[in-house]
Write a protein that binds this ligand. Structure first.
Ligand code: BGC
Length: 278
């Protein structure tokens, strides 16, 4: 089902009327998630960096074009004050929050011996500390509001955008792999801490999805061939492959899922180099 078909049947997806914050939603996977949640009838806060205001406005327009509600919000997820302001302004506008999609993420790799402390910090700050700050604000709001069983069986849902690199080591991208390994235990520990409050915390671990983050891995035919050799299913993913998993995790259909990572990767995390070898 595409976004328009979902919009035409939005009551079937179990998130209509719920409020969602999607970080890093002006492009790539965040954009796809924001649009699909918006088509499913969620009211969406489209978080973006100040430099992506135009793209974020377009995401909101797409959601509005199918009768949904959205507004763009510029904030750096690694900045405590900006994150706090984004959540309090979102709650002021939409009344509360039900769904957080922790999506914002960056890559800035290097040979390890050349990696600067600034590179290390930037990636950890956005990919991991950003999820800490946004999750903390979301959980504060879920606890403040308390259960709303007429809206959802869960008091709140957090979905973290992880990566196959939460389990697959990644040379030359040590900061990125370390951040995603951290995301996994952040997600599981939060799930354990807040399950008694009916707050569900899960992750999606995408494989190779063509977005800005991995443009260089697809720049030449050789690079594309190398990438495809890592994907037993024989194709790169599409942002929609990820967004559908997020939509499901945000709905009550996945109500018994908590503390789990869904790998959406065409089999990349099955270590395909071992097929017939080893
Ligand atoms: C990275 C991409 C990469 C993919 C598979 C993702 O987490 O952001 O750059 O293509 O993992 O290696």
């Amino acid at each position: 089902m595409n976004a328009k078909q979902i919009a035409a049947n939005k009551d079937a997806f179990g998130i209509a009327g719920q409020v969602a914050v999607v970080t890093g939603a002006s492009s790539g996977l965040g954009r796809a998630c924001a649009i699909l949640l918006g088509c499913g009838g969620a009211k969406v806060v489209v978080n973006h960096l100040p430099t992506s205001a135009e793209a974020a406005a377009k995401v909101c327009e797409e959601i509005e074009s199918v009768g949904g509600e959205a507004f763009p919000y510029a904030a750096d997820v690694s900045d405590e004050d900006q994150v706090a302001a984004m959540f309090s302004d979102s709650v002021a506008r939409f009344g509360t929050l039900h769904i957080l999609v922790n999506n914002a993420g960056i890559q800035d790799g290097a040979r390890f011996q050349d990696m600067t402390l600034a590179q290390w910090r930037k990636v950890i700050d956005v990919n991991l500390t950003g999820m800490f700050l946004c999750s903390r604000e979301a959980i504060r709001e879920f606890l403040r509001r308390g259960p709303q069983p007429e809206v959802s069986r869960a008091t709140g849902k957090i979905i973290c955008m992880s990566s196959v690199h939460q389990v697959i080591p990644w040379a030359f991208e040590v900061n990125y792999a370390a951040s995603k390994g951290g995301v996994n235990l952040l997600m599981q520990s939060l799930a354990q801490e807040f399950a008694p409050h009916k707050i569900r915390v899960n992750a999606v671990a995408p494989g190779a999805i063509p977005t800005r983050i991995n443009r260089s891995a697809r720049e030449t035919e050789e690079a594309t061939g190398n990438l495809l050799s890592l994907i037993p299913y024989g194709r790169v993913g599409e942002p929609a492959d990820i967004a559908h998993a997020v939509l499901w995790l945000a709905s009550d259909r996945s109500d018994y899922m908590n503390g789990t990572t869904m790998f959406v990767d065409g089999g990349m995390s099955t270590f395909p180099a071992f097929r017939g070898a080893g």
